[in-house]
Design a protein around this ligand. Structure first.
Ligand SMILES: [Zn+2]
Length: 444
């Protein structure tokens, strides 16, 4: 079985149980798994020089809408609040098809890989013009990222009092049938899995109570995870109170949407009782700080969630509300926002990096990822700290306080996806060219 030795790293930040940080250390990979971490390791296989590099676990992205990388910085959506922003973008998204889904996923996932991400989830909740979840799964497979796509859905269109146009919603029976199809075709529950499918009705304001409940029953029957948007901003809370007569946490609990197999995006407006509920039930949260800033949603109570024991991971969210997709920058933003809310000692750079790695892996029920330990998957990010971003840094291990914000090398399951700062697995310049053509066509 082929071996790769990452040799003589400046520092290895293991994110293991005791958060060991090893100076001048090596990491040995065999067949996609970490087999040794320590000093003076040797191999007859490939040696990767890690001198001047901080080595971390690959970062984990727990919330994204990859298709949105085709609608960054759309003028009508630049300064709108959540609901107005959605209403600007829905008509554009309704023109997408399979190629738009495939190309935008390759762009979004490549952007993540270059910023240190090795495992990403995706929330695809609209399927216009023959689009399928399969389109994004193909993109991730070619790039070589570990992927947790979720079969999202919207079923309440404008004519039924919902937000999305009728052309973007689906029949609930068709949603459930396609959910079963994609789970049976792509979900791999095994350790080291490169693809796990989840179920993810878009949000409580775009599907019925029945679909939320049926999705939870189906997910448990199939052993897959559940994901949706929850308690994103004040409008979201007001909608829940007006339409369901309760806060989002109560709504989620009533429909079976709490537990260690569930994670919710945003949760900016969770109150103390809801944080207790999430902590008790081990319900996960995908914290998306840049998107929350961009849409003016507020500052999620991450400090309180972590202190209570809620599993928290990071998400860049879709590129229409970020509009970037840089995961290490997202980690920095999460640290800064908690400091805005709670003071400079509210979150350290190391804690933010922990949330971005093992924190996200735990939210996605991937204890085999997110840490550099013997027996864990070989998902490894290497950061060159000899460049301008880090020059003069007294503590290169505090990566988020200075830089860099792009990896030098990236390995997923022992396969090199980024080499010397460039995507190694697909022809990225060609994909960027095609993405640009597609974006121009959508503007005409
Ligand atoms: Zn989202």
């Amino acid at each position: 079985m082929s071996e790769i030795l990452i040799k003589n790293a400046h520092t290895i930040l293991t994110m293991d149980e005791t958060r060991r940080e090893l100076a001048g250390a090596d990491l040995l990979i065999r067949g996609g798994v970490i087999v040794a971490v320590g000093h003076d390791l040797t191999t007859a296989g490939q040696v990767v020089d890690a001198a001047g590099c901080v080595v971390t676990p690959g970062l984990v992205n727990t919330h994204h809408h990859l298709y949105q990388s085709l609608t960054r910085a759309v003028p009508g959506g630049q300064d709108a609040l959540l609901f107005g922003w959605l209403q600007t973008l829905y008509p554009i998204w309704s023109r997408f098809g399979p190629e738009e889904m495939y190309i935008s996923a390759q762009i979004g996932l490549s952007e993540l890989a270059l910023s240190g991400c090795t495992l990403s989830s995706d929330h695809l909740y609209l399927y216009p013009n023959g689009s399928r979840l399969d389109d994004t799964i193909a993109a991730a497979s070619e790039l070589g990222l570990r992927f947790h796509p979720t079969r999202g859905a919207m079923s309440i269109g404008e004519s039924d009092g919902g937000l999305p146009p009728d052309s973007l919603v689906e029949q609930e029976t068709a949603i459930l049938e396609d959910s079963i199809r994609v789970i049976d075709a792509f979900h791999d529950p095994s350790e080291g899995s490169m693809c796990r499918v989840g179920l993810a009705p878009c949000s409580p304001f775009s599907v019925s109570r029945e679909l939320m409940r049926d999705a939870a029953i189906l997910a448990r029957d199939k052993g897959v995870m559940l994901h949706t948007h929850l308690a994103e901003n004040e409008e979201d809370i007001a909608y829940s109170l007006a339409n369901f007569g309760c806060r989002p946490g109560q709504y989620a609990e009533d429909l079976g949407w709490t537990g260690s197999d569930v994670w919710h995006a945003h949760c900016v407006k969770l109150d103390g009782q809801e944080i207790d509920l999430f902590a008790r039930s081990k319900t996960g949260v995908a914290h998306c700080p840049c998107s929350n800033c961009r849409l003016g949603s507020g500052i999620a109570p991450v400090r309180a969630m972590r202190d209570a024991g809620v599993p928290v991971g990071l998400g860049v969210d879709g590129s229409a509300s970020n509009d970037s997709g840089n995961l290490i920058s997202e980690a920095r933003q999460s640290m800064l926002l908690q400091r805005v809310a709670n003071g400079a000692d509210a979150m350290s750079a190391r804690e933010a990096l922990e949330i971005a790695t093992r924190g996200g892996a735990d939210v996605l029920n991937r204890p085999d990822c997110g840490r550099l330990e013997v027996g864990k998957r070989a998902d490894v990010a290497m950061w060159d700290v000899t460049g301008i971003d880090s020059a003069g840094s007294w503590d290169p291990a505090a990566l988020l306080l200075a830089g860099p914000t792009r990896v030098k090398h990236l390995f997923v399951e022992g396969r090199q996806v980024v080499n010397a700062g460039q995507i190694a697995t697909i022809d990225l310049p060609r994909v960027i060219e095609r993405q640009t053509q597609l974006a121009q066509a959508l503007q005409s």
